[in-house]
Ligand binder design. Structure first.
Ligand SMILES: NC(=O)c1ccc[n+]([C@@H]2O[C@H](COP(=O)([O-])OP(=O)(O)OC[C@H]3O[C@@H](n4cnc5c(N)ncnc54)[C@H](OP(=O)(O)O)[C@@H]3O)[C@@H](O)[C@H]2O)c1
Length: 312
């Protein structure tokens, strides 16, 4: 990566993985969030600074100091259930941050990670040419943020990503909802049953692949389309996916109990949380990145879930 630094707004699951990926080649990576991340960015060559990204004055001060060439927006709120209960706060936070960075850093390459929840779930495959029609508060907040960003920062890229999964420790934070793969894997290895909808389809993407694609987009010297989709190659129900996790861990597949989506915390999610791209595979420097399927992802991650589990 040449010239300038990278600012990553949000130091959670995707922010941390993206920072790790970028810091392998470039030491000028700064993560920001209100509280410090669980893993110190110093341990992998990045830096962290405290910032509430909804505070315009603090954002201006930070941008004046860092003058980043690249900005990645991966801040919360990311919990779909919380957004449904707090729709105004969710929308206000997402729109405020997008608007602030679009206003204060319009010449930076800004990538905002968005979601399949901008679609209502009626179609099994949503490509970039599909019209968004969010059916939940989270999707409405993210779509409004997409529009706020593109209105003022035309070089920006919205990267809509399907369900992201990767390793997270079981005891990371008692109140934190782990990504679906990690939540399943921890339960299955303890021999506990996992209830998973058999009527909720998704195209899951491995966290490392999301980070690789994001880093490659940041490196692109050429203009990019304003909206890109990133989904994994497999369209699976959560129940099928949980079964693949069980097989990779050597846990009994019978521990996975298929249930209707309406009975679970996924009730407000689109039935089809699926994304496909008609653009990404043809992008030079990006299209050659292999986005792995759920079985390979489960095989790669299994070892990280089979070591000794730290006590909570
Ligand atoms: N995970 C997925 O499957 C997925 C899929 C598609 C799209 N996305 C989108 O990708 C983004 C990141 O997702 P994630 O899974 O990495 O979320 P996450 O693990 O919940 O991390 C969110 C991060 O944002 C920070 N944050 C929240 N409010 C902030 C604020 N006002 N100022 C600064 N930092 C703030 C949080 O830290 P503090 O609370 O300490 O500030 C946290 O570090 C979200 O916008 C989500 O909509 C996620």
């Amino acid at each position: 990566m040449t010239g300038g630094s990278t600012l990553i707004v949000g130091s959670g699951l995707i922010g941390t993985a993206t920072a790790r990926c970028l810091a392998r080649a470039d030491r000028r990576v700064t993560l920001v969030s209100r509280r410090p991340p669980a893993v110190s960015p110093g341990s992998y060559g990045a830096r962290w600074a405290a910032l509430d990204a909804t505070d315009v004055r603090d954002c201006r001060r930070l941008l004046d100091r860092l003058r980043p060439e690249r900005v990645v927006l991966v801040h919360g709120p990311s919990d779909v259930t919380w957004c449904e209960a707090n729709p105004d706060e969710a929308r206000a936070a997402h729109v405020a941050v997008a608007d602030t960075f679009a206003t204060l850093a319009p010449d930076s390459r800004i990538i905002m990670i968005s979601t399949d929840n901008v679609f209502d779930g009626s179609s099994a495959h949503n490509t970039e040419s599909a019209s968004p029609a969010p059916a939940n508060a989270y999707g409405r907040a993210k779509l409004a943020a997409e529009q706020a960003l593109l209105a003022k920062a035309p070089r920006s890229v919205i990267l809509r990503v399907s369900l992201v999964y990767g390793h997270e420790p079981a005891d990371a934070d008692a109140d934190k909802w782990l990504n679906f793969f990690a939540a399943c894997a921890h339960r299955l290895r303890r021999g506990e049953p996992v209830e998973a909808p058999d009527d909720h389809w998704t195209t899951p993407v491995l966290l490392d692949d999301v980070a690789e694609v994001t880093a490659a987009l940041l490196r692109c010297g050429h203009p990019l389309p304003p909206v890109l989709h990133l989904g994994g190659p497999d369209r699976v129900t959560r129940a099928e996916w949980a079964t693949a996790v069980a097989r990779a861990l050597g846990a009994p597949a019978e521990l996975v109990k298929p249930v209707p989506r309406a009975r679970t915390r996924y009730a407000s999610r689109p039935a089809n949380a699926c994304l496909a791209s008609e653009v990404l595979p043809a992008l030079p420097g990006v299209g050659d990145i292999t986005v792995r399927g759920v079985r390979e992802g489960a095989r790669l991650l299994a070892a990280r879930f089979t070591g000794p589990e730290p006590s909570a």
